[in-house]
Design a protein around this ligand. Structure first.
Ligand code: ATP
Ligand code: MG
Length: 400
């Protein structure tokens, strides 16, 4: 007898009355994509639970994958056995995975009243059976390390073991799409991940300045995008060539306002790409007070160029907490690779920490960026990353 399925519990989406059905469909799609390396499994989505039927696949790697999928609250290995006392006993024994010294509890339920043994008696019988057949384990009905649930239904008995916590959150794709301004730094991938937890599907945009920025810097951004796909969605990255624009800024604008103007151009171009792709918001890794470009004045000056909603999941977070998340999601080691990005290369010696809108506008007005922007847009290179494990091949496409 073996585990034959994984019982998946929905989180918050269970509360969303009207949208529930489409939320479940999207989660199902995300699970299927994520598990596409396991061809035999079958995903069945019901109103209250989802079942991943293993059909002979090894459960360990599938459980590992389930831990990453946003929108899954918790999950358990489960098994279906016939409604016979001996089979249920054998199943419960198999379901109990404990380390020595841990405690367990059996919770039997009997919605099927035709079954001759009451749930109370079943608890006794199964508890006794497990104690007799194991060593060093004991029962704790109040705070067990592991609870084995046995549900005797009409068609069969379902036994589920240890509950494994999932990511929680809303399934990626349920609340729309956002364009993530992604550098190779620590913050923006974390911002993308947190937005994904609210059901947001991410496309990323990255400004690079070859030959001043290297292929390795680009590779870094691609690897970070791959990290994000782990959590249940496909991610496209739009690489915008930014060299000429940056050179122009630093030739024609006062040096201390260069940073602000550069950020404003990033915002403008991002908004254009979003608009072309029917994306309704931008996401950044900005965190108030962290660096020169993230003062209140700076945000005020930069934000002037767009009226798109900007999602800033990190705005009020401490750097240490951001770093913790970065480590947890597997982005940190990539983010700290030392390759320079476009901002660090063209960084002015003394960027204005309190830029003013009137001043930026005054400095920007005489510089005509329109052709440069057109050119940058036409030269965007887009790389797609898939959530399916066995589909890591990159595909290129022209954007605009
Ligand atoms: P990060 O760790 O994400 O690089 P940061 O703390 O270095 O952020 P800034 O350099 O001020 O902060 O950048 C603020 C935000 O602007 C970033 O979080 C990111 O969303 C966006 N950004 C910065 N550089 C780029 C870039 N080269 N391409 C796309 N977006 C960028
Ligand atoms: Mg940065």
């Amino acid at each position: 007898m073996k585990y034959d399925h994984i019982l998946v519990r929905y989180g918050e989406l269970a509360l969303k009355g009207k949208n529930k059905k489409s939320f479940i469909q999207i989660l199902k799609r995300n699970v299927e994509r994520k598990l596409s390396a396991f061809p035999n499994i079958k995903v069945k989505a019901k109103r209250d639970h989802m079942y991943i039927l293993l059909n002979g696949e090894d459960h360990e790697p599938i459980l590992e994958n389930c831990k990453d999928i946003i929108g899954i609250q918790s999950f358990s290995l489960a098994m279906k056995v016939e409604n016979e006392e001996e089979k249920i006993k054998a199943g419960a024994l198999k379901a109990l995975i404990l380390e020595e010294g841990q405690t367990f509890k059996i919770t039997a339920k009997r919605p099927n009243k035709d079954f001759p043994i009451s749930s109370q008696d079943m608890n006794q019988i199964l508890g006794g059976h497990l104690l007799r057949n194991t060593n060093g384990w004991s029962v704790d009905v109040h705070e067990p390390d592991v609870e084995i649930r046995v549900e005797i239904r009409h068609d069969a008995t379902y036994i589920t073991s240890k509950k494994i916590e999932g990511q929680g959150g809303l399934p990626v794709g349920t609340t729309g799409k956002s364009l993530l301004l992604m550098s190779g730094g620590i913050d923006s991938p974390v911002a993308g991940y947190l937005a994904m937890n609210r059901g947001v599907e991410i496309e990323a945009i990255h400004f690079h300045s070859p030959p001043f920025t290297s292929d390795r810097a680009k590779q870094k951004v691609e690897d970070l995008a791959r990290v994000l796909t782990k959590y249940g969605g496909d991610v496209k990255v739009h690489f915008v060539p930014f060299t000429e624009i940056q050179q122009k800024i630093f030739q024609e604008a006062p040096e201390n306002y260069g940073m602000t103007i550069m950020r404003r151009l990033m915002m403008r171009i991002s908004e254009m790409v979003a608009k072309n792709r029917d994306i309704l918001s931008l996401t950044t890794g900005e965190s108030l007070g962290q660096v020169a470009s993230q003062t209140m004045e700076s945000m005020h000056a930069i934000n002037e160029v767009t009226n798109y909603p900007i999602i800033r999941p990190l705005v009020a977070m401490d750097k240490v907490d951001i770093i913790d998340i970065s480590k947890e999601i597997g982005a940190y080691e990539i983010s700290i690779r030392p390759y320079e990005d476009c901002c660090t290369i063209f960084v002015p010696k003394a960027p204005k920490t309190r830029p003013r809108r009137e001043k930026v506008n005054e400095f920007e007005r005489p510089i005509d960026f329109s052709e440069d922007i057109e050119k940058a847009l036409s030269e965007i290179e887009t790389v797609s990353f898939s959530a399916s494990e066995n589909e890591s091949e990159e595909e290129f496409e022209d954007l605009l």
